[in-house]
Design a protein around this ligand. Structure first.
Ligand code: BGC
Length: 263
């Protein structure tokens, strides 16, 4: 259902954008309900992922979303990117041009998009969406959200508060970086069946469990939709559940992350 301006006017609706290696997704997000208020739109990530080309695509996406529900959003935009983000500055760039590294992305996009923006790491955005509205809602203790996609993103949430930039996809397990053995894209590229893939996840998650003793692990990313194929094959002492917002968690979390500070 698309939010009409009459129904949606006010600060309860904000545009969220999630930048991935293949798609840049965006939606008008209902912050009270914690879900996209209309269809999640997506445009292809420009090849090479340069700052300028990605910013142009975001600009088009925001314009499309605003044209769809004029006056509905509060004018600000939450943006999730696959980078370590410290006070608006990107410190890494996964599957994107290296020109992102060191850039004050928040200031750049604020002037490029001509509106207040808040830039956060993509897994942190997805994690906060799950902790706030999804599979981790109202959970106390240590909640770990892992997004399995092109890489492995991670978000650590303790008693509802995010510990930002927790890069557990880069942990070394069995001599290799975890995300180069156990991401969803690696499963596809190597043609692993579910038993083989679950085996790799088991190795990774056992290590993560030993190091951090979480109370709950939430598995997100597109692959969370077929969790029935691999979750029952895992044996851990921690409860492991699929994300409930599935692929829209990044978009919802980006819109939610206003608390990280608008500029
Ligand atoms: C990056 C993370 C990102 C994750 C998912 C990793 O390669 O280092 O910052 O959250 O991919 O996109």
């Amino acid at each position: 259902m698309t939010a009409s301006p009459e129904a949606a006017a006010g600060p309860g609706f904000r545009v969220g954008i999630d930048v991935g290696g293949t798609w840049i997704k965006g939606a008008l997000v209902d912050l009270a309900g914690g879900a996209p208020a209309g269809p999640v739109r997506r445009l292809q990530t420009p090849p090479g992922g340069s700052v300028e080309a990605v910013a142009d695509t975001m600009d088009r996406l925001v314009a499309e979303l605003e044209a769809e529900s004029p006056g509905a959003a509060d004018g600000a935009v939450g943006i999730a990117i696959p980078s370590i983000v410290q006070r608006g500055v990107a410190r890494s760039a996964a599957n994107m041009d290296r020109g992102w590294i060191g850039l004050d992305v928040q200031s750049y996009l604020r002037s490029r998009l001509g509106r207040p923006v808040c830039v956060v790491n993509d897994a942190d955005a997805a994690g906060m969406a799950e902790a706030h509205y999804g599979a981790g809602a109202a959970k106390q203790g240590v909640v770990l959200v892992l997004t399995l996609g092109t890489g492995i993103g991670s978000a650590l949430i303790v008693d509802g508060r995010l510990v930002p930039n927790f890069e557990l996809g880069h942990l070394e397990v069995g001599g290799s970086k975890a995300e180069s053995r156990a991401s969803a894209v690696v499963r596809e590229n190597e043609g692993l069946d579910w038993v083989e893939y679950a085996d790799r996840l088991q190795q990774y998650l056992s290590h993560v469990e030993f190091l951090f003793s979480p109370d709950l692990i939430i598995i997100g990313g597109g692959i969370s939709a077929c969790s029935i194929e691999y979750l029952p094959r895992l044996s851990l002492r921690t409860r492991v559940v699929p994300a409930s917002l599935e692929n829209s968690a990044g978009v919802v979390g980006a819109a939610l992350q206003a608390t990280a500070g608008w500029t």
